[in-house]
Ligand binder design. Structure first.
Ligand SMILES: NC(=O)c1ccc[n+]([C@@H]2O[C@H](COP(=O)([O-])OP(=O)(O)OC[C@H]3O[C@@H](n4cnc5c(N)ncnc54)[C@H](O)[C@@H]3O)[C@@H](O)[C@H]2O)c1
Length: 294
């Protein structure tokens, strides 16, 4: 997609982190922007900030776990602007450290339901609500689904598994568009560590899907959370990712992988394990074995 000025972008999870950075970037490129997020107050602030810079913006409070909400978002976007050219299915959550570090058979089912509800079903509802109308309008356009490097690395927790689904779904959509000769295209965003509020996602967890009391977690899980938060705070800034996303849409680049080099090494190792039909390498164990051999 080459022309951005005056065209329309919809971003979910737009009130914070990467979604906010995408929205600001699109507005700066002269696009009309529809902001969707579950958090009303930060959403209004994001809308106000873009308006203050002269942007044409519409904010729609949306819970992407709800198909009705996502359909209403599409209705609002098409009613206001007549078409949508860029859709960023970006809203995502991770349950607390206990879900990332516990044995998969012990992770509460509600962690799986919530994480899949937002990270996978939210994306699926987005593509079902928007793509048919974007195709019908016949303009060029682009879908960007936010997965994660976790979607390329195996770990049996709800976050990684849901993000694998997003990678697979988006690759399939890309192939479908190209086979059809469509003017739409797609990219999958697989970030490594980015400096955002993702580890505070529990604040948006629906009450009926439980709540993890971080303060009550085992000390080693609290330590893991603190370490993870510290690593994220040193991560890549969201506006750097926004620039990469913008360029990927412009250049029709499918994989967008803003990440630390050591995480790319882990991805490479996993891909090689699969291609060479080796059993999965466990990096922590491999490191210990290498140290023991010295
Ligand atoms: N930060 C990272 O290191 C990292 C790495 C890889 C992938 N990601 C992914 O990037 C995406 C954006 O996250 P972020 O890092 O900017 O975090 P963030 O917490 O700053 O932003 C996520 C936004 O999604 C919104 N949201 C949460 N649940 C929602 C729901 N049900 N409906 C609508 N909106 C909802 C939140 O209110 C928030 O504004 C997510 O999909 C996340 O999984 C993040």
């Amino acid at each position: 997609m080459q022309d951005f000025e005056g065209r329309v972008a919809v971003v979910t999870g737009a009130a914070s982190g990467m979604g906010l950075a995408f929205s600001q970037k699109f507005a700066a490129e002269g696009m009309k922007v529809v902001l969707a997020d579950i958090e009303a107050e930060p959403l209004a602030m994001a809308e106000g900030a873009i308006k203050a810079k002269g942007g044409d913006v519409l904010a729609v409070r949306t819970d992407v776990m709800s198909e009705a909400d996502v359909n209403a978002l599409a209705d609002a976007a098409f009613a206001r602007y007549g078409n949508v050219h860029i859709l960023c299915n970006n809203a995502g959550v991770t349950a607390s450290a206990s879900s990332l570090r516990s044995r998969p058979w012990e992770v509460p089912l509600s962690d799986w339901e919530w994480t899949f509800g937002v990270n996978f079903m939210g994306v699926l509802y987005g593509i079902r609500a928007f793509i048919p109308r974007m195709l019908a309008n016949g303009d060029e356009g682009h879908i960007v689904n936010t997965a994660s490097l976790a979607g390329m690395l195996s770990a049996a927790n709800p976050y990684n598994v849901s993000k694998h689904g997003v990678v697979c779904l988006t690759e399939g959509i890309y192939k479908e568009f190209k086979t059809m000769g469509s003017k739409l295209s797609a990219s999958v965003l697989c970030p490594g560590l980015i400096n955002t509020a993702i580890l505070e996602a529990e604040r948006n967890r629906p009450a009926e899907l439980g709540h993890t009391d971080e303060a009550a977690l085992r000390p080693e899980l609290q330590e893991f959370t603190a370490m993870f938060k510290a690593a994220l705070s040193l991560g890549i800034e969201p506006d750097v990712v926004a620039q990469m996303v913008f360029e990927a849409i412009r250049d029709d680049q499918f994989y967008i992988i803003p990440t630390q080099p050591e995480m790319l090494d882990l991805m490479r190792l996993r891909m090689q394990d699969i291609i060479e039909q080796r059993n999965p390498t466990i990096p922590e164990l491999a490191l210990l074995q290498a140290q023991a051999a010295q």
